[in-house]
Ligand binder design. Structure first.
Ligand code: ATP
Length: 241
């Protein structure tokens, strides 16, 4: 996809509290260009809350979020989106009455002044959605809708892509297609940060893994090492969802 250049997303000492409880409790994290970084952990570990702090859906109570070294901590979500931070959600959020192409175009037009239609066409082709472009979203199965969401994020020409549980609801063939697309995007220089419960997919895809529990990073490093760490329950993936 056309990008002004891939970015580097950094969290430094991010804290986010609800009442007196720190859902995210001092997290440091880097999503570097051209790398797939995964965030794993049990339910309630703070992964989605951290994503909210990174994307701008929530403001950290402490700490900083940097995009290419620039402090974006106080910027609202739409301003971060304009700087190239794109996100997909755990719960699919497409407009059911719009077609596939219209849904993707909405994403492109939110952040682009020019070239939204061309970007939409490129994203649809990349994700194998060209044949379904005129189908109403309401008629599509979950697997296709996840691809529509990803296409919408890509059509915005992101410099960083945050993916919250991208494989939920996908069958084996769709998961393989997703993995191939994510690998291609990373090879093209895009930094990807994903929350993912499917440990098999994480071990296959991720260059680096951060394991969270109770708001903190328990361990981080290469996928093979982190996933083999006894503090990182492999059962997280299967037992939770
Ligand atoms: N809006 C909120 N108000 C109060 N508490 C919240 C809110 N959002 C999250 N929490 C709490 O913060 C903690 C972290 O939740 P979060 O959803 O970030 O975890 P998670 O790792 O994403 O879990 P899951 O894998 O289930 O999505 C949990 O204890 C949760 O109950």
């Amino acid at each position: 996809m056309s990008r002004a250049g891939a970015g580097r997303l950094t969290a430094r000492g991010v804290v986010r509290r609800f009442g007196g409880i720190a859902a995210v409790d001092g997290v440091d994290l880097v999503a570097p260009p051209g790398r797939i970084t995964a965030l794993v952990g049990p339910n309630g570990a703070g992964k989605s809350t951290l994503f909210d702090c990174l994307s701008g859906a929530a403001r950290p109570d402490e700490g900083r979020v940097l995009l290419d070294g620039c402090d974006i901590t106080r910027l609202p979500e739409h301003a971060r989106a304009r700087l190239g931070l794109a996100r997909t959600f755990q719960r699919i959020a497409v407009f059911p009455t719009l077609t596939v192409a219209e849904n993707v175009l909405v994403g492109a037009e939110q952040v682009r002044r020019h070239g939204a239609r061309a970007a939409t066409d490129r994203a649809l082709t990349l994700l194998g959605l060209a044949a379904a472009r005129d189908a109403p979203a309401a008629e599509l199965p979950t697997g296709t809708l996840r691809m529509v969401e990803l296409a919408r994020a890509l059509a915005a020409g992101p410099r960083v892509l945050l993916l919250d549980e991208p494989s939920v609801g996908l069958d084996a063939a769709e998961t393989a297609r997703l993995a191939a697309v994510l690998r291609a995007l990373a090879a093209d220089g895009l930094p990807l940060l994903l929350v993912e419960h499917d440990t098999e997919l994480v071990s296959e895809l991720a260059d680096a893994v951060y394991a969270m529990a109770a708001g903190r990073v328990v361990t981080a490093g290469p996928a093979a090492r982190v996933l083999a760490d006894p503090r990182v329950g492999l059962s997280w993936g299967e037992a939770t969802g």
